[in-house]
Design a protein around this ligand. Sequence first.
Ligand SMILES: [Zn+2]
Length: 231
Amino acid sequence: MQQPIVCLDPGHGPGTVNGSPDGLYKEREFAWDLSQRIRPLLEARGIRVAVTRSEHTKPGLAERAQCSNRIGADLFLSLHTNAAGNGGWYSARGFLAYTGAPGAEAGRNRAAAAIRDRMRAAGVVIHGSGLAHNGYTVLVKTEAPAVLLEYGFHTSREDAALLKDGAYRNKLAEATARGACDFLGVPWESGPDGGLRERVQARFGLSAATMDYLEAYPYGGDLLDKLARAE
Ligand SMILES: [Zn+2]
């Protein structure tokens, strides 16, 4: 594969009402914002990124698939959050990836599983197995392996609180980008800091929570650099 291409599809757009029952969380804003957090993580690793919409546009579903088909994307990711019930708060929670049809060997399902696994490793709550199938237009009309990612239920009080949080969005963006890299065969370590976090974590056998703590420290970057070089 030369330079892989990922097509990001932030769900919905202006005028759509999908969001938390208290009105404080909007799916369209989350989807756009998350696409802008995922994009640089992929680009830093030499992946070309196309986005199906701008912040203020709402293309049709077939148009979104067409955007991916036109550029010959290697992976299509539609970004969403889920809803349960019919108004009000519900208990259903967690991350769920949809593909158009089963088949463990199919690219769409390998990609979905890779992202699901990275979500689980990052400590994100997973809904059931985290994998499901549905004939959504953007999944069946897209030629590239296509996955629709539901990053949580905005009808859950717990999930909605997390989905509004910038640090949590960064975690989701990184897990998505890592899963995409796993699927595309792009080493995460090819990123700008040479996978500093991963090297330190592996070398000292630290937990993800400890790594988050170290990175949040004011001189965390320098500290990680020293730890990675220490004899
Ligand atoms: Zn949606």
